[in-house]
Ligand binder design. Structure first.
Ligand SMILES: Nc1nc2c(ncn2[C@@H]2O[C@H](COP(=O)(O)OP(=O)(O)OP(=O)(O)O)[C@@H](O)[C@H]2O)c(=O)[nH]1
Ligand SMILES: [Mg+2]
Ligand SMILES: [Zn+2]
Length: 304
């Protein structure tokens, strides 16, 4: 430590928002925000310092702080760029927009590929048949994913969701219009996030992508609201990688004849057998094959 150079006390905090030349850092204990610049020797870090990073900083004079060190990063999410995210709450509407198992599985693959712990949140249950959505929820619970069925507008299930966010950095992701911002406002009314109808949103143009910001929850924990997107693509993924994003395949693929088995056209495949015996849900297997074939078609396109 720089003895004498800076007699100010070293404090710990987390970057909650990045501006052009300074960072909003929330202190560990009091959840007070301090605006910080980056120390000279850490200047190159300006390009790598992310929202979500834990930092050490000093406050020498007045209110302004100076970031002295970045603590080791546990994880990094690329879209949105946030460090140290521990879980993603994949949010979907039971209706309006229509529920789709295919979209759920495609988002789950993206989350698994980023090695994030996923929670599924099925919102707008007030518009749907609860029994039907419970069946879908049970299918995902059997795989090991926690599932919450909620209605943000009616404040139903909000307490369970709040409990799950406690002490975590959680990113809310999912298609547009499913109610992510409405849910966050229900959890923490002070957030005052913008919500709206799909029809109103179409006119907003392309510039709705805001910079990621950690929103602080009373009690402990942070959430990140993201603009919805529906276009999911997997072209940077390897075939084996997609296969590994389906956790229920892991144990059942032991009997596969080839360890490289992609559970598609190969003979003696444990996963295909499990699908036939209803041990693996056929919608999951079909959605897997669709992604696999997209990746394969894309590879072929490059070769020719
Ligand atoms: N019926 C019903 N409507 C809801 C519920 N939750 C949200 N909505 C409505 O759904 C619409 C979209 O909600 P938002 O919270 O803006 O959706 P979003 O997921 O944040 O959308 P993007 O920001 O575009 O990604 C709004 O009109 C909400 O009032 C719910 O539980 N039930
Ligand atoms: Mg929103
Ligand atoms: Zn196989």
């Amino acid at each position: 430590m720089g003895i004498g150079r800076n007699s100010a006390m070293l404090l710990k905090g987390i970057v909650v928002k990045a501006y052009n030349s300074y960072y909003a850092v929330q202190t560990d204990k009091e959840s007070k925000i301090v605006l910080c610049t980056v120390r000279g020797r850490l200047k190159q870090a300006r390009f790598t310092l992310l929202v979500g990073d834990q930092v050490e900083y000093t406050v020498s004079s007045g209110q302004k702080g100076s970031i002295e060190a970045i603590l080791p990063r546990v994880s990094m999410l690329k879209r949105p760029m946030v460090a140290n995210v521990d879980q993603v709450v994949l949010t979907f509407a039971c209706r309006h927009p229509d529920f789709s198992l295919q979209i759920v599985d495609r988002f789950l693959v993206l989350a698994e590929a980023s090695q994030l712990h996923s929670v599924l949140c099925f919102n707008k249950v007030d518009l749907a048949n609860r029994q039907e959505i419970e069946q879908v929820a049970d299918m995902y619970r059997a795989i090991g994913y926690p599932v919450l069925i909620v209605a943000a507008k009616q404040h139903e299930g909000i307490e369970d969701l709040r409990r799950l966010l406690h002490d975590h950095i959680s990113v809310f992701a999912g298609p547009s219009g499913v109610g992510k911002s409405t849910l966050l406002n229900a959890i923490e009314p002070g957030l005052l996030l913008k919500t709206g109808d799909l029809s109103e949103k179409i006119g907003r143009g392309k510039h709705t992508t805001r910079h990621a910001e950690l929103l602080s929850l009373i009690g402990n924990g942070f959430v990140v609201d993201t603009p919805g997107f529906s276009f999911t693509e997997f072209i940077d993924m390897a075939e084996q990688e997609v296969r590994d994003c389906f956790p229920e395949f892991h144990e059942l693929q032991a009997p596969c004849k080839f360890s490289s088995c992609l559970h598609d056209r190969e003979p003696q495949c444990g996963v295909k057998k499990a699908v036939l015996q209803d041990e693996i849900c056929s919608s999951r297997y079909e959605n897997y094959l669709a992604i696999l074939h997209e990746i394969q078609a894309n590879k072929k396109g490059y070769r020719s």
